[in-house]
Design a protein around this ligand. Structure first.
Ligand code: SF4
Length: 411
């Protein structure tokens, strides 16, 4: 086998890492300047962005340690039966790249995932070694996000949490049945057990000992998980129901939804049902409504009979259109909970409404100044100088918001 240069490995293993979600941005169009006609590119991989615990957006070197894998997950381009080009970094190479990129100010941290080589323990042990070397030998203070291998020795995962800011344990697919059929080597019970252990270990890290000493920090940025959507028949109601359980059971910081990308040489027959990127985008919006806007899964997915989100309009607007009896809402009197349900009102706008209306009665222009999207909101609200009249119940209201259907590009 020809020996690959570090640069070639970086090209292969950063490209392979694009299927690991670490931030919720996707869906832009493909632009590149590799032909020398411009500057910048939306298609390159290697550096991604994520939010640090203090809310800053930071750049991460995002790579796989290797894309060799002994498992055969049907939805994964790196599965053992796939014929993609393979590469493998040594732990020392990953440490070297991280430090060099950091010194050149390209990145503020490392996002590391991996295929499984030899065994889960061997792979996890190398990943821990990378994090340990960065922290203890090079005093690396940047952000580290490690994707853990759920069936690795719990002691290795525990050690990973002492060096990494965030740990991820992927649930892979929305249901146990889907995991069993598409990723037969993975065990959903084992995945949940590992997530529970991380939660317990993190909770224990908050307690002081009898001498008042705090234990060492454990994954201070918490744990997250990733679910591939579109590779099985699960509806959006099933996916969001699973997310809700995961958030509450394991105190997750984030569930990442990763649109299933059809694999060019896929031998497995996977059902590709709905446009994947549009669906991923709507799921992130719905997830946000569940966590911060007081909606429940039944309300969000109940607007359509098949349990799937409307891809043409955002989920809050879809809910409002299906519940027009609750509108128009008097912005000067409605509760915070109800204002959060108005399409076009974000949490910040609602905060501004509540504080301003203590002093005076709000008008249409006030809401524009507060940042409300009145194109969406005006059919659903009344103000001192505004009433939507028949607009709220008009039969073409949905059509005013829905763009002509279009599939977004995959990468
Ligand atoms: S274990 Fe991970 S890398 Fe390996 S085939 Fe499954 S999803 Fe892909």
């Amino acid at each position: 086998m020809t020996k690959l240069t570090l640069q070639t490995k970086l090209a292969i293993l950063s490209d392979a890492a694009k299927y690991d979600a670490s931030c919720a941005s996707s869906g832009t169009s493909r632009r590149t300047s590799r032909d020398g006609t411009g500057l910048g590119s939306t298609t390159g991989s290697g550096i991604c962005h994520a939010y640090a615990p203090d809310g800053r957006c930071i750049s991460l070197l995002k790579i796989l340690m290797t894309n060799f894998c002994i498992y055969d997950c049907a939805y994964c381009v790196n599965r053992v039966s796939s014929n993609v080009e393979r590469a493998r970094f040594t732990p020392e190479e990953v440490v070297h790249l991280t430090l060099e990129f950091y010194r050149r100010n390209y990145i503020e941290g490392l996002f590391l995932s991996s295929g499984i080589i030899k065994s889960s323990d061997a792979t996890m042990s190398d990943m821990v070694r990378i994090a340990r070397t960065l922290r203890t030998e090079h005093n690396f203070r940047g952000y580290i996000h490690l994707k853990t291998i759920p069936d690795a020795d719990p002691l290795l995962i525990e050690e990973a949490g002492l060096f990494a800011d965030r740990l991820s344990i992927n649930v892979e697919l929305p249901t146990d049945a889907a995991v069993k059929s598409y990723a037969p080597e993975k065990n959903p019970d084992e995945i949940r057990r590992t997530m529970a252990n991380v939660r317990l270990r993190k909770d224990a890290g908050r307690e002081r000992s009898h001498t008042g000493k705090r234990p060492p920090k454990f994954a201070p940025a918490g744990q997250s998980t990733q679910m591939i959507v579109g590779a099985d028949n699960s509806t959006d109601a099933t996916i969001l129901g699973q997310s809700t359980r995961l958030y509450s059971s394991y105190h997750l910081k984030r569930v990442y939804y990763s649109a299933f990308s059809p694999i060019p040489d896929a031998t497995a027959k996977l059902p590709l049902i709905r446009p994947p990127l549009a669906r991923e985008h709507r799921l992130y919006q719905a997830d946000w409504l569940l966590r911060f806007y007081g909606f429940d899964v039944g309300e969000i997915t109940g607007a359509s009979p098949d349990g799937n989100l409307d891809l043409a309009i955002d989920p809050k607007l879809a809910w409002a259109l299906a519940n027009r009896a609750q509108f128009p809402m008097d912005v000067n009197r409605a509760s915070r909970e109800m204002l959060l349900r108005v399409p076009g009102f974000g949490a910040k706008t609602v905060g501004r409404i509540l504080s301003t209306r203590r002093h005076r009665t709000l008008r249409y222009d006030d809401l524009l100044r507060m940042g409300a999207s009145m194109t969406k909101a005006r059919a659903f609200v009344t103000l001192l100088d505004w009433t939507p009249g028949a607009l709220t119940d008009s039969s073409d209201l949905r059509a005013r918001f829905a763009p002509p259907p279009e599939q977004l590009s995959l990468f």
